[in-house]
Design a protein around this ligand. Structure first.
Ligand SMILES: Nc1nc2c(ncn2[C@@H]2O[C@H](COP(=O)(O)OP(=O)(O)OP(=O)(O)O)[C@@H](O)[C@H]2O)c(=O)[nH]1
Ligand SMILES: [Mg+2]
Length: 332
C-alpha cells in the first residue's frame, strides 16, 4: 500500500510535479520510514544543481538579497529553489512557510520553489535533513539552490557545509566586521557582501574584510568583497559575477581526495543513522533477543554497559536489532 503511494509520488516527481516534490520533502524531512528508499531512488539524478549558501547576522538583508538573486537567475531562465533555515518556528516543521520568507516576490513563478525548514527537531541533525532536501531539489531539476540561514549558532551554520559557494552578508552597522570574525564566519566565507551600502561606513567594513582576506594563504581562493544595496537592486550583478567566478575556480581546482572523503562521510552518516533508527525501533517494540535484557535494565538489575555487552556479544540479538521492521512481527 505505502509503496504504491511512494511510487506514484516518485513518478509525479520525475514528471516535474511540484506538489509531489513538496510531499517528498516533507516525508524526507520527517524521517518517514520510506525516506531512505526515496533518497536511493532519486540519487542518480543529483549532482546538477549549484548550491549557494547565504548567511549573516539577523536583519542583514539576506532575504532581500536572495530575492534579487532569484530575479537574476530567472532572467537567465534558470530554475531556482530557496531553502530558508528557520530558527524561529520550531513547530512549523517545514510544512508552513516561515514569515521570514513570506516577503518574496516570486510566489507565483513556477520556476521558483521556496521552502522553509525548521532548524529544530531533527533527530538525525539539521545538516543531514537539509542535505537530503537539497538532493531532492537537485534531482527535481533546479539549477540553483539557495540556502538562507542566520549566521548565529553552530546548528544553523552547519548547513553551510552543503554550499558550493558560501556568501557571508554583513552591514555597515557598528562593529559588524568584528562580529563576523568572532562568529567564525570569515573562515567559511567564499564571498563577502557588505549590504546596506547606502549607509555610512560601508567602505570601512569593506576595507576591514579585505584585510582579513589577505591573512589567508596566497595560493588559495581569496574571497572578494561586494558592496550591495539589496532594497534598491544595486550591486547584484557584481554579486552574481563573483559567485560565477568562484564556481569557475572550484571547477578548475577540483580536489578528488576531498570529494572522496565527503562521499565516505556521507555514507557513514547514512549507515549509522539507519542502524540507529532500526535498533531504536526494535528495542522499543521488544525484539526477541533483546527483550530479556531490556527487562533487566528496566528493573535496575543490569547496568547499561553490561546490557550493551550482552547484546553486542550475541549475534542473534544484533541480527534482530537490525532486521527489517516488518520481519519483527511474524505474519500469521
Ligand atoms: N537601507 C537598506 N535596508 C535594507 C537593504 N537591504 C535590506 N534592507 C532592509 O533590511 C531589513 C531586513 O531585511 P531582510 O532581507 O529581511 O533581512 P534578513 O537578513 O533576511 O533577516 P532575517 O532573515 O530575519 O535574519 C528589511 O527592512 C529590508 O528592507 C539595503 O540595501 N539598504
Ligand atoms: Mg531572512
Amino acid at each position: 500500500m505505502a509503496d504504491n503511494r511512494i511510487n506514484s509520488l516518485l513518478e509525479r516527481f520525475a514528471r516535474g510535479d511540484r506538489l509531489a516534490l513538496a510531499r517528498l520533502v516533507t516525508l524526507v524531512e520527517n524521517r518517514a520510514p520510506e525516506a531512505d528508499s526515496v533518497m536511493e531512488h532519486i540519487y542518480a539524478r543529483t549532482g546538477h544543481a549549484y548550491v549557494i549558501g547565504v548567511t549573516g547576522a539577523p536583519g542583514a538583508g539576506k532575504s532581500t538579497l536572495v530575492n534579487r538573486l532569484i530575479a537574476k537567475y530567472r532572467g537567465q531562465d534558470k530554475l531556482v529553489a530557496v531553502l530558508a533555515i528557520d530558527p524561529s518556528s520550531p513547530f512549523s516543521g517545514g510544512a508552513v512557510l516561515g514569515d521570514r520568507v513570506r516577503m518574496t516576490d516570486h510566489y507565483r513563478d513556477a520556476g521558483v520553489y521556496i521552502r522553509s525548514i525548521s532548524s529544530r527537531g531533527h533527530h538525525g541533525g539539521l545538516s543531514r535533513a537539509t542535505r537530503e532536501v537539497v538532493k531532492l531539489l537537485d534531482a527535481f531539476g533546479h539549477d540553483f539552490i539557495i540556502i538562507e540561514t542566520v549566521g548565529v549558532g553552530q546548528t544553523e551554520l552547519s548547513v553551510m557545509d552543503l554550499a558550493d559557494t558560501t556568501v557571508v552578508v554583513t552591514v555597515p552597522e557598528g562593529g559588524d566586521g568584528v562580529q563576523v570574525m568572532k562568529a567564525g564566519l570569515n573562515e567559511i566565507a567564499d564571498l563577502f557582501v557588505v549590504n546596506k551600502a547606502d549607509r555610512d561606513g560601508a567602505d570601512r567594513i569593506k576595507a576591514e574584510l579585505e584585510l582579513s582576506v589577505h591573512l589567508r594563504p596566497a595560493e588559495g581562493w581569496r574571497p572578494p568583497v561586494v558592496l550591495t544595496q539589496a532594497v534598491s537592486d544595486v550591486g547584484i550583478d557584481a554579486l552574481v559575477a563573483a559567485i560565477q567566478r568562484h564556481r569557475e575556480y572550484l571547477a578548475s581546482h577540483r580536489d578528488p581526495a576531498r570529494e572522496a572523503e565527503r562521499r565516505a562521510r556521507e555514507f557513514v552518516e547514512v549507515l549509522t543513522a539507519a542502524i540507529d533508527e532500526r535498533a531504536t525501533r526494535a528495542l522499543r517494540e521488544g525484539a526477541d533477543g533483546t527483550r530479556e535484557v531490556v527487562r533487566e535494565v528496566r528493573e535496575g538489575k543490569l547496568n547499561p554497559y553490561s546490557a550493551c555487552r550482552r547484546i553486542m556479544e550475541n549475534r542473534m540479538a544484533i541480527a534482530e536489532l537490525l532486521a527489517e521492521p516488518r520481519e519483527l512481527k511474524p505474519q500469521r
